[in-house]
Design a protein around this ligand. Structure first.
Ligand SMILES: [Zn+2]
Length: 287
């Protein structure tokens, strides 16, 4: 940009007029490199040649020497730059920088928003591809749109893939709720206990009257009574579930010992029931 002597010294700030003039100068320079034939034709008062990519957009050469889109909006109230946007070749580095600025200005939105922002001032031939490539190469967008890594799941435990076992031979167990139910005039909390068969995926529901270990033992015994001999139950480390095994040492009908690392042996009166507690972060072990 040409500047008269003394117009800008090191203490003077840039004015909007200077920035606008700089913008025009940058666009003119980019146009001269790519559309030199079109500029010559328009300067002579002719239309651009038919093979030009600008031909069908009726380009005009404005008084400041910039090729602008003629368009059909000259009678509208829009700003001059919007009615007649400056043509900017996509191949120029200036177009890439301007598109990046527009992408940032619209808050990293997708292509159409970037194009709408760009067309307030510029008309970029091949703007779709440019807007796409700017969004694709934007570090900010890539970071926020990246999919989280999927961890590789381990092999399923043997009790989930053993065939030809009766339902509920090996099952998972968990609580859900609370469910609010009416008892007389009051409302009380009840909990659902779900047992899910590891091999057939069948489910069995029981109601636990509280989160106490006693209620949990009742639910397990109810399930055993309805579904036959259950060999093993896998659960998370809920304190009431762990309590079943711990309570075994106090002389209840289900006996056992507890180890967080592995499993506890729970002996019912007539059958062997093995309690497993899932290890931390092994979500697929509880069925
Ligand atoms: Zn972005």
């Amino acid at each position: 940009m040409r500047r008269s002597k003394g117009e800008l010294n090191e203490f003077q700030e840039l004015t909007p007029k200077m920035l606008d003039e700089s913008e025009v100068a940058i666009v003119k320079d980019a146009q001269r490199k790519v559309y030199s034939d079109e500029i010559k034709a328009l300067a002579k008062g002719n239309t651009v040649y038919k093979g030009s990519p600008l031909f069908r957009h009726t380009p005009v050469l404005s008084s400041d020497g910039v090729i602008r889109i003629g368009g059909r909006l000259s009678k509208s109230d829009l700003a001059y730059n919007t009615k007649h946007p400056m043509v900017l070749p996509r191949v120029s580095q200036d177009a890439v920088l301007i598109a990046q600025a527009a992408h940032t200005a619209v808050g990293h939105l997708e292509r159409n928003s970037v194009l709408a922002k760009l067309r307030e001032k510029f008309w970029i031939y091949g703007g779709n591809q440019l807007a796409n490539s700017v969004a694709r190469n934007c570090v900010f967008c890539r970071r926020y749109q990246a999919k989280p890594c999927e961890r590789v799941m381990a092999d399923l435990p043997a009790n989930r893939v053993e065939a030809a076992l009766s339902p509920f031979t090996h099952c998972g167990m968990d609580y859900f709720g609370p469910l609010i139910v009416r008892r007389g005039r009051s409302e009380v909390k009840r909990y659902g206990v779900i047992f899910t068969c590891f091999s057939s995926r069948a489910v069995h529901f029981e109601v636990a009257h509280s989160l106490e270990t006693d209620a949990c033992i009742n639910a397990v015994r109810q399930c055993l009574a309805r579904r036959g001999p259950v060999k093993s139950i896998t659960s998370d480390n809920g304190t009431n579930l762990v309590g079943i095994v711990v309570s075994g040492v106090t002389g209840r009908r289900i006996y056992g010992s507890w180890s967080l690392e592995g499993s506890g042996n729970c002996l019912g009166e007539n059958s062997l029931l093995l309690f497993h507690f899932s290890k931390k972060y092994v979500r697929d072990y509880s069925g």
